[in-house]
Design a protein around this ligand. Structure first.
Ligand code: PAF
Length: 282
């Protein structure tokens, strides 16, 4: 059944009020639309966990570094709503920019530490934009639970820290990355890849896996890291923002998997920035 599309906070409050009074759990799946099977796995997890489920679709201008990137981001509301129909969610919340950031909006949520590495360096202001909009979405939807993909692991950890530090009573669930058959992590940005770049894209995961294997086997990590970066460049990646191993909990840099660790990568292919991460475990 097609879920109602709500565009204002007032409509959303009206819908959630009886749920709150009844003590229902409310799961929110925040998205920027262009839904793929990765998003849909979050919706399925929310449906399994919560009495009520709201999917939000908002292309958040505050987390984009450039106006072109924001303009190019795919917007596919009609097909997104159609994809959600089989999940029987309770509402799809699609606010516009004025609803989310009315005139005079002056507050930013900023998480230190976790945002000072990787995408926090390469995309200045990105995580402030994410933390701010997610805090607002949590408040607006009266969420008790929220579902995020491990594909954006740094974002997941930032959101967890924000919810904990601000005493926001939302349980943040991290859900596994969903991959295409050739290993490419599902992402709305994959729609922007040319046919040729799409064929090359899985090399990113191959090189992450090669470096993770070197770390697990105790081989020369720095040499393996250099070799993987060279292999990416040879395959056609035009820039590697980072390819590095970090601790799961505080994202500190590691050269051996002494603690639960992940291998993180961000690299450019034909003008599209791909990011991915995998667990480093033997
Ligand atoms: O992961 C995303 O799609 C976005 O960063 C999010 C969490 C919906 C916030 O705009």
């Amino acid at each position: 059944m097609t879920a109602p599309i709500l565009r204002s906070r007032a409509e959303l409050r009206g819908m959630t009020r009886p749920w709150r009074l009844a003590g229902d759990t409310i799961g929110v799946v925040p998205t920027m639309g262009a839904l793929h099977d990765g998003h849909l796995s979050l919706v399925a997890a929310a449906k399994q966990t919560c009495d009520r489920v709201i999917v939000t679709i908002f292309v958040n201008p505050r987390q984009f570094g450039s106006p072109e990137d924001l303009a190019n981001y795919p917007r596919t509301e009609t097909s997104d709503a159609a994809k959600l129909a089989r999940f029987d969610v309770d509402a799809i919340y699609v606010p516009d920019g004025d609803e989310m950031y009315p005139d005079g909006f002056a507050t930013t949520v900023s998480v230190t530490g976790l945002t000072e590495v990787m995408d926090g360096i390469h995309r200045p202001g990105h995580f402030e934009g994410v933390a701010t909009v997610v805090a607002k979405l949590f408040a607006q939807t009266s969420a008790t639970d929220a579902f995020f993909g491990e594909k954006d692991f740094q974002q997941l950890q930032v959101v967890r820290r924000m919810a904990r530090d601000l005493d926001i009573g939302v349980t943040v669930h991290g859900c596994p990355t969903i991959r295409e058959i050739d290993g490419l992590a599902m992402s709305s940005r994959n729609l922007l890849l040319s046919d040729r770049a799409r064929v090359t894209a899985p090399v990113l995961l191959e090189q992450m896996q090669a470096l993770a294997d070197a770390a697990i086997e105790g081989r020369d990590y720095a040499a393996a890291q250099r070799a993987s970066i060279r292999a990416l460049e040879r395959a056609g990646f035009t820039g590697v923002d980072y390819l590095e191993m970090r601790a799961n909990d505080d994202l500190s840099l590691l050269t051996a998997p002494m603690r639960p660790a992940r291998l993180f990568a961000a690299a450019w292919l034909a003008g599209v920035r791909l990011i991915d991460n995998i667990a480093v475990e033997g």
